[in-house]
Design a protein around this ligand. Sequence first.
Ligand SMILES: Cc1cc2nc3c(=O)[nH]c(=O)nc-3n(C[C@H](O)[C@H](O)[C@H](O)COP(=O)(O)OP(=O)(O)OC[C@H]3O[C@@H](n4cnc5c(N)ncnc54)[C@H](O)[C@@H]3O)c2cc1C
Length: 417
Amino acid sequence: MTQVDPFHVDILVAGAGAAGLSAAIALDQAGFSVACAGLIDRRANGRTVALFEASLRFYKSLGLWPRFRDKAAALEKIAMVDATNARFRAPSVSFAASEIGLSAFGANIENNVLVDGLAETAAARSRLALCQSLIEDICFDDDDVRATLADGRRIRAKLVVAADGRGSLARTRANIDARSWTYPQVALTALLAHAKPHRNISTEFHTRSGPCTLVPLRPHGEKLHRSSLVWLMSAADAERRRNLAPGELAREIELQVGGLLGAMELDGPCGFFPMAGMSVAKLFGRRIALIGEAAHVFPPLAAQGLNLSLRDIAALVETLEDARADGKDIGAAASLKAYGTARRGDISLRTNGVDILNRSLLTEFLPVDLMRGAGFFAFSMIGPLRRALMREGVLTHQTLPRLMQARPRRGAVATGG
Ligand SMILES: Cc1cc2nc3c(=O)[nH]c(=O)nc-3n(C[C@H](O)[C@H](O)[C@H](O)COP(=O)(O)OP(=O)(O)OC[C@H]3O[C@@H](n4cnc5c(N)ncnc54)[C@H](O)[C@@H]3O)c2cc1C
C-alpha cells in the first residue's frame, strides 16, 4: 500500500475523540485518504459508554471489536425504577434482550479504553495520517478546505468531517448555526467495585434531579464485581459531593441505589459533567459534514450519544462511497444531501426524546408525573410496545447503514488484537 501525502487528502476529520477516531478509521477502510487532527484524551474520569447492538456491528464490520470484546461487559437486561417520590409513582420496568432475540442489548466499556484502542488502531494504519495537534484555522474554498494546525502543519482536503465536539471550530468557520441550552444538572461519573454481582443488569433510578444509573463493567484484577455510575444531580449537590472523601461518596451512592449491589468503593477518579443540549441548523454544507457532538448534544439518558454518533458515521461513509461510485465530488453539498436526509430524523428523535424524559423528571407537576407513569405502565404491560421500544433503543426503526447491517461487509479487514 502506498503512503498518501498526509497534507493533501480526500477527507480531513477534525477532532480525535471517540467519534472522530471512529470516523477516520471507517473512512480509511472505505478507501478514502484521510487525515485526523486533534488531541487524544486518554484520561480516566469514571466515564463509560454503553454501546448498543448496531454500534457493536459497526465495530465488528471494521474488524475492531475483537480488540474491545474482553474489556466490555454485556448488557443483558435494563431495569428502570421510579425513585421520584411522586404522588403517582411509575411502576418499575425491566427489559431483557432475549425478548427481541438478542443475547445482549450491547456492551459497556470505559471511555478511555475505547479512545485508547481507537487511537492505537488509527496510528497503526499506514494510509491514515493521525496528526496529534489542534486545528487552529479552517478556510472553505470552492474546490477544497484548508486547515492550519497548531503545530504549523497545513492540510488540504476535499471535505472536512467535523468531529471536534460541541464548540466545533469547523462548524463555526462553515457558518452553520447551532442552538445551545443548559440543564440545571451535573453528571457525576464513577467506576465502582461492589460486593454483589450485577448479573449483567443495568439499573436506572429516576430521581427528581435526573437518572442515577448503574451499568455493568468487567471484573478488573481482584475487583470481581464492578459497575459504572452516571448520576445526574443539581450543581450544588455535585459540588458538595466533589468535596467528599471517597468512602463518604461511596456510602451516598450505596444509599441512593438502595444497597442494590451491596457495599461499594470507588475504583478510580470521578468525573463531573455539566449537562447541556445543542442542535444544529443543518448537518452538512459545502465541503463539511457534521458528526458526533459537533452535530448534537444531550444529557446521557438511555446511553444514546455515541451510539447516535456511530450511526452518523456509518451513514456518512455510505453517502461518500455512493458519491464516489457515481463519480461525484465528495465535498459538494449536493453529494452530502443524502447524509443530511438520512440523519435528520434520528437525531431529532433522540434529542427531543431525551429532553422530554429529562424535563419530566425535573418537574413536580402532577399531570407530567401521571403521563410519565402511564408511559412506563404501558411499556411494562404491552408486549409489542415493549419490543418496539427495545428495538428502537438498540437498532432504530430506520434501515441501518451498510456498516451496521447484521453481516460484516466483504473485504472488512480484521485489525483487532
Ligand atoms: C457522563 C456521560 C456519559 C455518557 N454515556 C454514554 C453512553 O453510555 N453511551 C453513549 O452512546 N454515549 C454516552 N455519552 C456520550 C458520548 O460519550 C459522547 O457522545 C461522545 O464521547 C462524544 O464524542 P465526540 O467525539 O463527538 O466528542 P468529544 O469527545 O467532545 O471529542 C471532540 C474532540 O474534538 C477535539 N477538538 C476540539 N476542538 C478541536 C480543534 N480545534 N481541532 C482539533 N480537535 C478539536 C477535542 O479535543 C476532542 O478530543 C456520555 C456522555 C457523558 C457526558
